[in-house]
Design a binder for this molecule. Structure first.
Ligand code: F6P
Length: 340
C-alpha cells in the first residue's frame, strides 16, 4: 500500500509529531510519500518518501518538514485534474491531509468523489469543530501567556496601557486562554461584540484603580461601532481569507487620543506559531498520527481523527468543516470573572 501525507495551511507546532506518528504506525509493507508544500505537492508531483530514519526525533521540531502552503487544488480546474493525475501516476492508494478548515474542506471534497482520504485537524486557533483540541493551540497559549506575564512588570513600572494582539480569526480561544492564564485585565474576542466606548471605559477604570492595564485582543476582533476596515483586504489567499492585523495599533491610537494614557501595542502574530511544540502538542500530534494510520489500515475513509475527552475518535470530515468551533458564551462568561 502507498499512502500520501501532506500538511496544509498555516504551520503549527505538532505537525511533525503527526507525520512521525503516521510513519511509525504503518505496516512494514506500506510506503509513505510526503507531498511537499500542502496540496501544491499533489499538483506538482513533488514528494519525498518517508522512512523511520526520516522521522526520527522530528516530533520536537516546530514547523513542518514537508513544508506548507495555502494552495487550493479545486480553485482551478487544471490544478484539480493535475492533482488527480499525480495521485494516479504515483499509485497513491490513500491520502492523509493534515490541516485546518481549508485543507480539510479540500479533503472533504475529495471524499465526496470517493477518493480515499483521512483528515487530521490542525490549527493554533483551535476552531476546528468536532474535536476538543487541535494540536498547536496549547503551544500558542503558552507562548501568549508567557508574553503577557512579561508585560505586567514593564506596564506597571511605566503606568502604561498595553494592547496585546494574538492570532484568532473568527475564534478567540488563544486570546481568551492566554489572557486568562496571564491575568490580562480585559480580553476581547470576535465572538462577543463590544463597543469602543466599553473598551475605553474598562481601560480607564483599570488605570484609575490599578495603575496599568493589559488588554488581550484577538486579531479578528473589531469593535461593533467602527466601520473602517482594519485589515489589509488587498491580500486574499486561495481560500478567500484576507490578511488580518491592525486592531492593537488601532486601539492604541484611539486610547492615546481619547484617554491620553501612555499606550503601546504588542503584536505576537507568528511568534505564537513558531518554535518547538509543548509536550501536550507532541503527544496529541503523535496520537492523531497513529489513529490516522489506523483508519487507513481499516479503509475507514472520509473521516477525521478527533479528541473527545481523553479518547482519540473519528468523525466524518464533512461534519468537521460544516461549522467553526467558537468560544461558547458560558465559557467566556466564566473567564470574564477574572477581568473587567
Ligand atoms: O493558521 C491560522 C492562522 O494562524 C490565523 O490565526 C492567522 O490569521 C493566519 O493563520 C495567519 O496566516 P499567515 O501565516 O498566512 O500570515
Amino acid at each position: 500500500m502507498r499512502v500520501g501525507v501532506l500538511t496544509g495551511g498555516g504551520d503549527c507546532p505538532g505537525l511533525n509529531a503527526v507525520v512521525r506518528g503516521i510513519v511509525c504506525a504503518r505496516d512494514p509493507d506500506t510506503e509513505i510519500y510526503g507531498f511537499m508544500n500542502g496540496w501544491q505537492g499533489t499538483i506538482l508531483g513533488e514528494y519525498i518518501p518517508l522512512t523511520d530514519a526520516d522521522v526520527e526525533g522530528i516530533h520536537i521540531l516546530g514547523g513542518t518538514i514537508l513544508g506548507t502552503s495555502r494552495t487550493n487544488p479545486f480553485k482551478k480546474e487544471a490544478d484539480t485534474r493535475q492533482m488527480f493525475d499525480t495521485l494516479e501516476r504515483l499509485k497513491i492508494d490513500s491520502l492523509i491531509a493534515i490541516g485546518g478548515d481549508d485543507t480539510l474542506s479540500v479533503a472533504a471534497k475529495m471524499a465526496s468523489v470517493h477518493f480515499p482520504v483521512v483528515g487530521v485537524p490542525k490549527t493554533i486557533d483551535n476552531d476546528v469543530s468536532q474535536t476538543d483540541y487541535t494540536f498547536g493551540f496549547h503551544t500558542a497559549v503558552n507562548v501568549g501567556a508567557d508574553a503577557i506575564d512579561r508585560l505586567h512588570s514593564t506596564a506597571k513600572s511605566h503606568k502604561r496601557v498595553f494592547y496585546v494582539e494574538l492570532m484568532g480569526r473568527e475564534a478567540g480561544w488563544i486570546a481568551l486562554e492566554a489572557g486568562m492564564a496571564a491575568g490580562a485585565h480585559l480580553i476581547v474576542i470576535p465572538e462577543y461584540p463590544m463597543t469602543l466606548d466599553e473598551i475605553l471605559k474598562m481601560v480607564d477604570r483599570r488605570m484609575k484603580h490599578g495603575g496599568y492595564a493589559i488588554v488581550a485582543v484577538a486579531e479578528g476582533f473589531k469593535p461593533v461601532d467602527i466601520d473602517n476596515t482594519l485589515h489589509d483586504d488587498s491580500q486574499i489567499d486561495a481560500f478567500g481569507h484576507i490578511q488580518l492585523g491592525g486592531i492593537a495599533n488601532y486601539l492604541t491610537k484611539i486610547t492615546k487620543e481619547k484617554l491620553g494614557y501612555d499606550t503601546r501595542a504588542v503584536i505576537l502574530g507568528h511568534l505564537l506559531r513558531g518554535g518547538t511544540p509543548t509536550a501536550f502538542d507532541r503527544i496529541l500530534g503523535s496520537r492523531y498520527g497513529v489513529q490516522a494510520m489506523e483508519l487507513i489500515k481499516k479503509r475507514d475513509y472520509g473521516r477525521m481523527v478527533a479528541l473527545k475527552g481523553n479518547e482519540i475518535v473519528s468523525v466524518p470530515i464533512e461534519y468537521a468543516v460544516a461549522t467553526k468551533k467558537l468560544v461558547p458564551y458560558e465559557y467566556y462568561k466564566m473567564c470574564s470573572l477574572f477581568f473587567g
